[in-house]
Ligand binder design. Structure first.
Ligand code: DP6
Length: 392
C-alpha cells in the first residue's frame, strides 16, 4: 500500500506586517498581522509527501534539489509535530489505523513561480508542507489548528493555510497555543480585489526577515510604539474595512502599515533598508495617482505594500487594473516578465509602452526618484487556501 498525498498552497502578502518575535523557537510574534491570500492558479508551492516503512530517514527535495533536514531546525519541527498529531488524533483513537507516525517521510516541494517573481517562498512552502502531511495523515484538523504548526516553519506561513483575508492573532500564552491564524473573510467575499506584483529586484535580499526582525526587536524604540499603540487599532480597523469592502479604508491602512514597517527597519541599529529608489518611485506614482482620484471622488484607488525587499505589491479593484498597469509601464519600462492571465492586454509577453495618463496626473511628482525599470509585472488576484491534488 502506498501512503502519499499532494497539495498546493498559496502565497500571502501582509497588509498589517508581522515584524518581531517574542519567542524565536516557537515563532511567537510581537504583534498580530493580517494578509491577503493570492490566487494559486498563478503562484503556488506544490508538495508531495510519502510515508513508507522501508524509508530509513526523513528526506526533502526543494525544486528537485535535495536539502538537508537539520535536526531541531524548523523543517524537522514541523514534521515532528505533524507525526505527533497523527499519533494523537488518529492512531491512538483507531487501533486499525496504519501507524504512519512511525514511518519516515519523503517530501518533494516545488514552486511554480520563478525566483524572478521576487517572492518569499517560505510562506507557501511551509503551508504546502503542512497541508500535504495533514492529507497524508488524514488529520481531522481545521486550518487554524494546522496554522500552529506552519507558524513554527515560518511565521507568515500560518496565514497561507486559508484563502481570502487571514489574521494571525499574536496570542498571549507562552506555549503559543493561541498564536494562530483565523480567516476574517473568504475570497468569495471580495472577488474583485486584484494584486499587481512589480518585481524590482529578484536577487536574494541582504538581511533575511528572520535576522532583520530580531535586530529590530533588540534595538528599535519605534517598534515598541508600533506594537503597543498602532497595530492593535489597525487590526480592528482593517478587519472592518474588509468586512465592509471599503477599499479606501483598506488601502490607506495597508500603505500606512507598509510605511511604518519600513520605518522600524530604518529605526533598527544598524539600520535595515529594504526599499530602493525604484520602490520609492513606485510609492510616488501610486500616491500621485491616488491624489488625483481623491480630488475627484474623495477616495484612493490603489494601495502599495512592500515586504522585506524592494518589490511592490499593489492592491486595487479589478476595474482599475488596466489603468494602473499602463501607468506603471509608462514610468518603469518593464523588461522581462509580464503575466496578465486575465487578458487585459492582448500580448501577454510584454507591454512595451505605457498608456496615457489620467487627467490631472503630475508627471514631475513621479520623477522625484530615479525611475529605473521594473523587471517583471504579475497580475493576480485574491485566492483560496490549500488544495488537495491527490491522495492515496
Ligand atoms: C515582512 O515569516 O519570513 O513579510 O518567521 O522568521 O520565517 P520568519 O519570518 P517571515 O517574515 C515575514 C515578514 C514580512 C511581513 C509579513 O509577511 O507579515
Amino acid at each position: 500500500m502506498v501512503f502519499q498525498a499532494t497539495t498546493s498552497a498559496p502565497v500571502n502578502i501582509a497588509c498589517i506586517k508581522y515584524w518581531g518575535k517574542r519567542d524565536t523557537t516557537l515563532i511567537l510574534p510581537t504583534n498580530s498581522s493580517l494578509s491577503v491570500t493570492l490566487d494559486q492558479d498563478h503562484l503556488r508551492s506544490t508538495t508531495s509527501s510519502r510515508a513508507d516503512p522501508s524509508f530509513t530517514s526523513d528526506r526533502l527535495w526543494l525544486n528537485a534539489k535535495e536539502e538537508i533536514i537539520k535536526d531541531g531546525g524548523r523543517m524537522s519541527t514541523c514534521i515532528k509535530e505533524m507525526k505527533r498529531l497523527r499519533k494523537q488524533l488518529v492512531e491512538d483513537t483507531d487501533p486499525n489505523a496504519p501507524k504512519l507516525s512511525t514511518y519516515h517521510v519523503h517530501i518533494a516541494s516545488y514552486n511554480n513561480f520563478p525566483t524572478a517573481a521576487g517572492l518569499a517562498s517560505s510562506a507557501s512552502g511551509f503551508a504546502a508542507l503542512v497541508s500535504s502531511l495533514a492529507a497524508l495523515y488524514s488529520l481531522p484538523c481545521p486550518p487554524t489548528t494546522l496554522s500552529l504548526i506552519a507558524r513554527q516553519g515560518s511565521g507568515s506561513a500560518c496565514r497561507s493555510l486559508q484563502g481570502g483575508f487571514v489574521a494571525w492573532e499574536q496570542g498571549s500564552q507562552p506555549t503559543g497555543l493561541d498564536s494562530h491564524a483565523v480567516q476574517i473573510a473568504p475570497e468569495s467575499h471580495w472577488p474583485t480585489l486584484h494584486a499587481l506584483i512589480c518585481v524590482v529586484n529578484d536577487a536574494k535580499k541582504g538581511t533575511s526577515s528572520t535576522s532583520g526582525m530580531q535586530r529590530t526587536v533588540e534595538t528599535s524604540p519605534l517598534l515598541q510604539h508600533r506594537i503597543k499603540n498602532v497595530v492593535p487599532q489597525r487590526m480592528v480597523d482593517i478587519s472592518k474595512a474588509i468586512l465592509d469592502k471599503d477599499f479606501d479604508a483598506f488601502a490607506r491602512i495597508t500603505m500606512a502599515d507598509s510605511n511604518q514597517f519600513h520605518a522600524v527597519a530604518l529605526d533598527t541599529t544598524p539600520p535595515i533598508f529594504y526599499m530602493n529608489d525604484v520602490s520609492r518611485a513606485i510609492i510616488a506614482v501610486v500616491e500621485e495617482y491616488n491624489r488625483v482620484w481623491v480630488e475627484k471622488t474623495g477616495k484612493v484607488k490603489a494601495a502599495y505594500t512592500f515586504d522585506a525587499g524592494p518589490n511592490a505589491v499593489i492592491y486595487t479593484e479589478g476595474e482599475n487594473v488596466k489603468e494602473i498597469i499602463e501607468i506603471i509601464v509608462r514610468f518603469f519600462p518593464q523588461q522581462e516578465t509580464f503575466k496578465d492571465p486575465f487578458g487585459l492586454f492582448a500580448n501577454d509577453g510584454g507591454l512595451k509602452e505605457g498608456g496615457k495618463l489620467i487627467d490631472g496626473f503630475n508627471e514631475a511628482v513621479a520623477k522625484t526618484w530615479e525611475l529605473g525599470s521594473v523587471k517583471g509585472l504579475i497580475h493576480t488576484k485574491i485566492g483560496d487556501g490549500p488544495r488537495v491534488l491527490g491522495e492515496e
